[in-house]
Design a protein. Structure first.
Length: 108
C-alpha cells in the first residue's frame, strides 16, 4: 500500500535539524474510503476481464457425439451473460460509486 511505503521513508524527507515525528495514526482512518474505491475498481476490472473471456465463447463449437449439445449449452450461457452485461452497460449511475452495491449485483 502507498501509505506504508511512504511512512517507512518519512524520516528521509526531513532535512537540516527539523524534528522527525513518525505518523502515529491508523492507516484506515485516512485511506478507508480510498481502499473501498480501489476495491470497487478491481471488481470493475474483473467484469471487463470476464466480458473479454466470454467473447471467445461466441466462436466456440464442439464436435463429436455430444458436440451439438455442448455447443448449445455454451451458446445459451453466452447469451445469458450478454444479457447481464447489457444491464451493466445501460446503468445510468456511476459504477465506481462504492456505496452503490446494485451496480455489481449481477456478479454475486
Amino acid at each position: 500500500m502507498f501509505f506504508f511505503s511512504h511512512r517507512e521513508k518519512l524520516a528521509s524527507y526531513f532535512t537540516n535539524d527539523k524534528e522527525f515525528k513518525p505518523w502515529d495514526f491508523q492507516s484506515n482512518m485516512v485511506f478507508a474510503r480510498f481502499d473501498l474505491f480501489l476495491n470497487r475498481l478491481v471488481k470493475i476490472e474483473d467484469i471487463f476481464v470476464i466480458m473479454f473471456e466470454f467473447q471467445k465463447l461466441e466462436k466456440l463449437e464442439f464436435g463429436g457425439v455430444k458436440g451439438k449439445t455442448l455447443s448449445e449449452q455454451i451458446y445459451r450461457m453466452n447469451e445469458e451473460f450478454i444479457e447481464s452485461c447489457k444491464v451493466f452497460k445501460e446503468k445510468t449511475y456511476d459504477p465506481s460509486d462504492f456505496h452503490n452495491m446494485v451496480t455489481l449485483q449481477f456478479l454475486y
